[in-house]
Design a protein around this ligand. Structure first.
Ligand code: PMP
Length: 356
């Protein structure tokens, strides 16, 4: 059976050469005669995987030794609780840039630990990333969601002049473009969009920021445990770490983050251009705030949207329906999604418009 064009928002399409390498590694990792799922996490073979994954992340991401690279067995939602648990005392305030569903969850969790100040908000339409922030007098940190996976907006530069460290949920755009490390205390991301499988998150955090966390937390809830134990306090998600390493090596083969970023911009521009010139399709996000990863759009009628989904499924284009809470359509075109697939969607949008 041939593979479909997968527009899923995550878990999402992964690079095919990586999937092929992983198939072989399931059987035999690096000629060891034992598969990646079967190797002890304390053995030499997995140690080598962990080391080369971290080395690739540092090289491709331009991440210096002042930042720790941590693997945590859980998705990004885990950090919605873990970040305030570590950094937000009862008297502290976190400033949150509110751009949609994910920042709402960030705020709900933070309120369990301390105070939340909304530094900016694009509610209720969530079609922009606000250009003006009003910060509280002395926030403990400033949180933003670099790419809003559901509404389809993306910060093209981090929030300006933050009065404290930025903490960023980059689940749906980490390693899709050069990393903006300046000003950041922490960037975290679930892996299942641009980096690997679900159920594992990557944390890139300044070591001196992590050291300011509240002491006395349970070991797996304390970011410093992952620093001190090299993400090996307990058995990590060995396969997830292997996959992240292979995907990042693939990004290096593609020319690195600048090259991948240009390709992602070009892919998204093809779709936005088609939507902006259409009489029946309309992009949700406003120019300047549009995501290169998740292109959200609507048709003028529900019948048109239904026709697009039906014809897409027949043509082998899968996963175009929007998020269950907001409806409409969403094309998720992460790093591994082929440019040719975007052309096929553009053609289909033209065809459905012509036949309407
Ligand atoms: N943040 C963002 C921006 C996301 O897109 C997602 C998942 N779609 C999450 C957080 C939650 O990730 P997980 O389900 O892996 O916890």
């Amino acid at each position: 059976m041939s593979r479909k064009l997968n527009f899923s928002s995550g878990p999402a399409a992964l690079p095919e050469p990586v999937l092929q390498r992983a198939q072989a590694a399931l059987w035999d990792l690096d000629g060891t005669g034992i598969g990646i799922l079967e190797h002890s996490h304390r053995g030499k073979a997995f140690r080598a995987v962990l080391e080369r994954t971290i080395a690739a992340l540092r090289e491709v991401g331009g991440i210096g030794e002042d930042f720790a690279i941590l693997f945590i067995t859980a998705g990004a939602t885990h950090h919605f609780s873990m970040v305030p648990q570590n950094f937000l005392g009862e008297a502290d305030t976190v400033d949150v840039c509110h751009t949609g569903v994910w920042s709402a969850k960030v705020m709900a969790e933070a309120r369990r630990y301390g105070h939340v100040h909304v530094a900016c908000s694009s509610a209720p339409a969530f079609d922009t990333t606000p250009t003006v922030q009003t910060y509280s007098p002395s926030p403990r940190y400033v949180h933003y969601t670099s790419n809003e996976t559901i509404y389809g907006t993306q910060w093209h530069a981090p929030p300006a002049n933050p009065p404290a460290e930025l903490v960023c949920d980059a689940s749906s755009d980490l390693f899709s473009r050069p990393l903006p490390l300046a000003g950041h205390g922490m960037i975290y991301a679930g892996a299942q969009k641009n980096l690997g499988p679900s159920g594992i998150s990557l944390v890139i955090a300044r070591k001196d920021f992590l050291a300011t966390r509240r002491p006395g937390l349970p070991p797996l809830a304390d970011y410093m445990t992952y620093v001190d134990e090299g993400s090996m306090y307990n058995t990590p998600n060995t396969f997830g770490i292997y996959m992240i390493g292979e995907v990042v090596a693939w990004i290096r083969e593609q020319g690195g983050l600048a090259a991948i970023g240009e390709r992602n911009t070009r892919k998204a521009a093809l779709l936005y251009d088609c939507l902006d010139h259409s009489k029946v399709w309309r992009a949700h996000a406003k120019p300047g705030s549009r995501s290169n990863m998740n292109i959200t759009f609507r048709g003028t009628t529900p019948a048109l949207e239904a026709a697009l989904i039906a014809r897409a499924e027949t043509a082998g284009l899968s996963g175009l329906a929007g998020h269950r809470d907001v409806g409409g359509m969403r094309a998720s075109i992460y790093n591994a999604f082929p440019e040719d697939g975007v052309h096929r969607l553009v053609q289909l949008l033209h065809d459905v418009e012509r036949d309407a």
